[in-house]
Design a protein around this ligand. Structure first.
Ligand SMILES: NC(=O)C1=CN([C@@H]2O[C@H](COP(=O)(O)OP(=O)(O)OC[C@H]3O[C@@H](n4cnc5c(N)ncnc54)[C@H](O)[C@@H]3O)[C@@H](O)[C@H]2O)C=CC1
Ligand SMILES: CC(C)CC(=O)C(=O)O
Ligand SMILES: [Mg+2]
Length: 358
């Protein structure tokens, strides 16, 4: 009998391609460790909207909400838009309705993957962007006021969510410090030189920092951070930030480790969680069998780790670690996907990870 109910929303474009690859990896570790994973595939996304008139039906939302975890591919399609010009984005609806405030986006250089920075310290890149994922400027989604002469959107932060974000940042930094055997550091990324909201957010982080004397704490302006993430990304550890800043910086950061195909993510709330790559539906390569499934496979490893923490499950934690080790081994042993100049497509990359699962 399956004891873990995983809702699978493959979505649009390369979403179903990278999800298929990831399910093969999950099935293999499940068979080995008897994890009891059961998968229910649900339809949502831009093409669901085109065909049915809704991108995330109530039925699909309710089913996904009841699952232990949600594995998502990617959603959206530039040619399918609302009348106001914006795109369908049911993943944002999921984050907001399930209160998934903590967007954990790890950026780690995988051994063997060629990196764009020539400095040898780039091989040590290992930091986490913690993107607040329900508020900030994205609070304004579908609420902006646009007239012929003026357009206005609103950035909103609440004390409750900001406190939860700060605590998550310090907790994650503490966990990473213990795992990596070094001291933890939280650097809030903001724009507190200009906006009162960010100056207020700095105060909230200061308040929370008092409870974590073992974690170093500082703050940086987002524009300077964009520069420093190129100049010295190996210096950073845990970077909590506002929703829109996190969205932008996480793509920049993915570029440091080989591209979007290497950047996993987890959107965490209290009791619910969505695991998905940081990338989109990649219309330029969709349907060509070229998508790199690594980001989704690593997101699935995050899912197992989250379930392991929730239920103190050793086998689940071991399986997560095995998936990460298999990805590292596959690239160390020569796997080169098309996005890093190689010839391996999705199927070959999946085979390489499956055969490296030891
Ligand atoms: N979480 C989600 O579901 C997201 C959805 N989107 C949606 O996706 C669509 C395309 O957006 P873009 O701005 O083009 O961003 P994108 O992330 O889909 O693609 C950006 C670039 O990265 C490449 N890329 C992305 N994933 C890759 C992978 N796994 N393997 C190899 N190369 C990969 C693409 O080929 C493209 O060159 C839009 O409709 C957008 O709204 C965009 C970002 C996130
Ligand atoms: C629809 C977008 C906000 C999705 C995205 O860019 C992301 O999740 O990073
Ligand atoms: Mg994004």
């Amino acid at each position: 009998m399956n004891s873990y109910d995983i809702a699978v929303l493959a979505g649009d474009g390369i979403g179903p391609e990278v999800v298929e690859a990831t399910l093969a990896v999950l099935r293999k570790v499940d068979a080995r460790h008897s994890l009891g994973l059961g998968f229910t595939e649900l339809r949502a996304g831009a093409f669901a909207y085109r065909d049915t008139g809704t991108d995330l039906s109530d039925e699909v939302f309710d089913r996904a909400r009841k699952a232990d975890a949600i594995l998502l591919g990617a959603m959206g399609w530039p040619g399918i838009r609302h009348a106001d010009g914006t795109e369908l984005a049911p993943q944002i609806t999921l984050r907001q309705r399930l209160d998934l405030f903590g967007g954990v986006r790890p950026i780690r250089a995988i051994p063997g993957v060629p990196l764009p920075l020539v400095d040898p310290r780039a091989a040590k890149i290992d930091f986490v962007i913690l993107r607040e994922s329900t508020e900030g400027l994205f609070f304004s989604k579908d609420k902006g006021v646009v007239t012929r002469d003026q357009a206005e959107e609103t950035l909103r932060m609440t004390r409750g969510t900001s406190l939860r974000l700060a605590r998550m940042a310090f907790d994650l930094a503490g966990q990473r410090a213990r795992r990596l055997g070094r001291s933890g550091r939280v650097t809030l990324v903001d724009k507190a030189n200009v906006f009162r909201a960010f100056a207020w957010l700095r105060q909230i982080f200061q308040e929370v920092a008092v409870d974590y004397p073992e974690v170093r704490h500082d703050a940086a302006y987002v524009d300077a951070m964009a520069l420093d993430l190129i100049r010295r990304p190996w210096d950073f550890d845990l970077l909590p930030t506002e929703n829109m800043f996190g969205d932008i910086l996480s793509d920049l950061a993915a570029g440091l480790i080989g591209g979007m195909g290497f950047a996993p993510s987890a959107d965490l709330g209290e009791g619910h969680a969505v695991f998905q790559p940081s990338h989109g539906t990649a219309p330029d390569i969709a349907g060509k069998g070229k998508a790199n499934p690594t980001a989704t496979i690593l997101s699935a490893a995050m899912m197992l780790e989250w379930l392991a923490m929730r239920d103190a499950g050793d086998a689940m934690a071991e399986a997560a670690q095995e998936i990460r080790a298999a990805v590292d081994a596959a690239f160390s042993e020569g796997l080169r996907t098309a996005d890093i100049g190689g010839t391996s497509g999705t199927a070959e990359a999946t085979r390489a990870v499956l055969s490296a699962l030891r």
